[in-house]
Ligand binder design. Structure first.
Ligand SMILES: [Zn+2]
Length: 527
């Protein structure tokens, strides 16, 4: 019985391989000493669906590209070079009583067939480490980040890890992936990942990405045929690293949001457009006889000409439905028009975190309009503007939510001029960061090196009426811990000696626009 079974199995194998064209050529030609491995690269993906502005992107389309590539060559490695857990509209919403916080991204990328990611700075957006841990545990793909560690409460460091059922699996600093083709050629690909250290949370610790990358390379070069880097760095740092590691033919990078292919010596640094508006397809060709690797890279636009892959589209559709239901329950009608923009509204982070903008003027205008105490100025932390895109044409309620995904209420305060001065100065020193303030009613007089309120010099001894997001009064904005204010327990005054009074709307009053800055903005723009 046993022999017959074994024989039948052999026969079946022979029949199967005869039907497989790749295998047939292998048995005819033998090992040709050349192997091709395809890397499908995304980076900086915050949206699972096509972008509303131009219908580009969409992860179900990327999944189709992946499947098509795999038809030609099963050796496709799909990677995402950081930034995907946050921010997004869906991520800020609640589902089944919990904030979604990137769960939808992991589920969609799992279905798409993602293999490897490197941590990006946005993976450390959530205050609670448990949110990132949940995403790690849910992910079917592997995470690299040789220069980042989790800092425990006692200050000790440990690798980030995934809890996969019974086992705990540490995220590796590097990996050797052995790939074999149909004719038996094989190559050992060493892969490492490093990232920028700007994602600041008390439970995260970084080492220098350059020295760490060199260490990883030295470790990998003895046990692999070719070493590839995954990086989440500024392009200037990518090029510096490529200069330090001339034998790494390919760095798949992120953090920059527009596509680029930069050459540095024999190396190539590639970044696709954010939100999967494009992907990079890299073909690595390795010759086992010459031990030489070459890379050819092709940018592929992701647009409406690519059909959705059904399984990924089903996951995306499910989350879009959750989004629409959740937004509706918060009082938004996603598709409903708010206004027609006469000129494009630039909400890119590089703009709103560095200068006074039209978007800032619009939102602070809405804050003043919704207020009840006639504030003299409105202050908005620019980090609350998250869409990172240029909006144009018809603005819908969904666009407003994309612009201000965190929402949140407005507080009206009377504060001492000395505190207002400190706040305005901190906003200025936060230029380039989310703590940079968009301001109405006040401006910095460059010539006089002073602040003007309603065109009059700020008087530190006076009391000013100011409207600002509740968030700023938590004291959690960068360099603004001194703004921490709550209503005093006796109902008179506040816990902050420099804040004389604090007015907040009744949380139960749904008609009070001060309960959600987005509702205030929608109302303001419709007027
Ligand atoms: Zn980034």
């Amino acid at each position: 019985m046993r022999t017959i079974h074994a024989f039948a199995l052999l026969l079946l194998c022979a029949l199967l391989s005869a039907c497989d064209p790749a295998r047939r050529s292998a048995s005819a030609g033998g090992d040709d000493g050349v192997i091709e491995v395809v890397f499908l690269q995304m980076n900086d993906v915050y949206e699972i669906s096509p972008m509303p502005s131009d219908n580009s992107g969409g992860l179900a389309r990327v999944a189709t590209v992946r499947q098509e590539l795999m038809k030609n060559n099963p050796n496709v490695i799909t990677v995402l070079a950081g930034d995907f857990i946050s921010p997004s509209v869906i991520g800020t919403l609640k589902y089944e009583g919990k904030r979604i916080r990137g769960k939808h991204m992991v589920e969609t990328l799992n279905t798409l067939g993602l293999d490897w990611v490197v941590f990006g700075n946005h993976e450390f957006d959530y205050d609670d480490q448990a949110d990132l841990q949940a995403r790690l545990d849910e992910s079917k793909f592997k995470w690299l980040g040789a220069n980042v560690r989790m800092k425990n409460a006692d200050g000790s460091l440990a690798p980030f890890s995934k809890n996969t059922g019974a086992a705990k699996e540490n995220c590796p600093d590097n990996a050797v992936i052995t790939v074999k083709d149909a004719d038996g050629t094989s190559v050992r690909i060493g892969l490492f990942g490093v990232l920028i250290g700007t994602g600041r949370k008390p439970w995260v610790s970084y080492t220098d990405p350059f020295t760490t990358a060199v260490q990883q390379y030295n470790d990998l070069k003895t046990k692999s045929d070719v070493v590839i880097g995954m990086t989440h760095l500024d392009i200037s740092d990518d090029l510096k690293l490529a200069g330090m590691l001339p034998d790494v033919p390919l760095f798949m990078g992120g953090h920059d949001h527009t596509n680029m292919l930069r050459h540095a010596g024999n190396s190539v640094v590639a970044k696709a457009d954010a939100n999967a508006r494009s992907v990079y397809v890299h073909t690595l060709r390795y010759n086992t006889r010459t031990r030489k690797a070459t890379v050819s890279s092709q940018l592929r636009r992701i647009d409406g000409s690519i059909a959705d892959e059904p399984a990924t589209a089903a996951v995306v559709g499910r989350w879009e439905k959750i989004k629409n239901e959740s937004l509706a329950s918060s009082g938004f009608d996603p598709a409903k028009k708010v206004t027609d923009l006469k000129t494009p509204l630039d909400c890119r982070e590089a703009i709103v975190r560095n200068q006074q903008t039209e978007a800032g003027k619009m939102i602070t205008g809405a804050m003043l309009s919704a207020s009840r105490t006639k504030p003299e100025c409105a202050l908005l932390n620019s980090g609350s503007i998250r869409v990172d895109d240029v909006l144009s044409g018809t603005l819908t309620e969904l666009d407003i939510v994309r612009m201000l995904p965190f929402g949140g209420g407005l507080s009206e305060v009377e504060m001492k001029g000395s505190l207002l001065l400190k706040t305005l100065d901190a906003g200025r020193s936060n230029q380039g960061n989310g703590g940079y303030l968009q301001i109405a009613g006040a401006r910095y007089d460059e010539a006089g090196k002073r602040w003007l309120i309603a065109e009059k010099p700020l008087d530190a001894a006076r009391v000013y009426r100011v409207v600002l997001p509740d968030f700023l009064l938590t004291g959690n904005e960068q360099n603004m811990g001194f703004l921490k204010t709550a209503a005093a327990a006796d109902g008179k005054g506040t816990t902050n000696p420099e804040v004389i009074s604090l007015v907040k709307p009744l949380a139960t009053d749904k008609a009070d626009l001060r309960n959600d800055i987005r509702l205030a903005l929608i109302d303001f723009l419709r007027k």
